[in-house]
Design a protein around this ligand. Sequence first.
Ligand code: SF4
Ligand code: ZN
Length: 300
Amino acid sequence: MRTPIYFRKYSGVKLCLRCFKEDFIKRVRRTISRYELLRHDDKIIVAVSGGKDSSVLLKILYKIERDFPKSELLAVLIDEGINSYRLDGLKIVEKITNTLNIELHKFSFKDLYGFTLSEVVESGIAKKLKLSPCTICGVLKRKALVTIARKLKATVIATAHTLDDIVQTYLLNLLRGEKNIRPIGLRREDEGIVPRIAPLRLTPQRELALYAYLEGIPFQLKTCPYTHESMRDEIRNFLTLYDYRYPGSLYAFLNMFEKVLEKIQQPIKSNRCDICGEPTNRRICRACEIILSIRSLLKN
Ligand code: SF4
Ligand code: ZN
């Protein structure tokens, strides 16, 4: 019998090194097939940052997609312009994509929108707009990924959201009183939408960190200077502790919440943004609204 290296508290299973690694990949494969996240001929863009989640996702998808010769895998890095932070991540991403021989496409907020996130935060504009750096960053990065996917003719965007991230987002949406909550990371093919998928949606953060360590996957240790300004940080700390005390809680929440979501009819975004033409329920989408406000405040 091989020495166990990991005890999966929520199921009571002990895994040796080999079984842990095999099971890690198997779970991502099972997630992809259970939710029908990918097709055999997809052109996938993976949003990478140099952090461990996206580095692990890129490596796992690289292994899985080798079995599908008609599929294509590209890495996309978006530099938000956070002083010095993203540059470290870029070096790591370059190293991984070079090793795996995956094409890397780099874009920046500065090129796409004309400003960096640090300019918006440090000039006080974020505060004036009553928006946290993470809200601006998240909305604009989502928009950037769609623009880039269209430019590269990708059929799907893969993000590295883990089980923990998805439960945090659902809880955040509930606490903010969001009315229009949609399932996260599941493939949706509504007209005019580039589907976004999260192949790690059933992978706990703790296991991902261990896998990255065991596989020697390089990743950035430095955290974003704005991370502590977000409400997500508090939710993350609470959920991590809660799941540690009551193992399996994250899975229980995800399953229950998504069953409820299935039963609620979510209105389909039928409008098109007057500015960018992307689907939205408003006249001008949230991203364009934020970009316009920032540009006008930067001019003054
Ligand atoms: Fe963007 Fe917030 Fe993440 Fe920093 S912590 S990269 S600001 S979302
Ligand atoms: Zn728009």
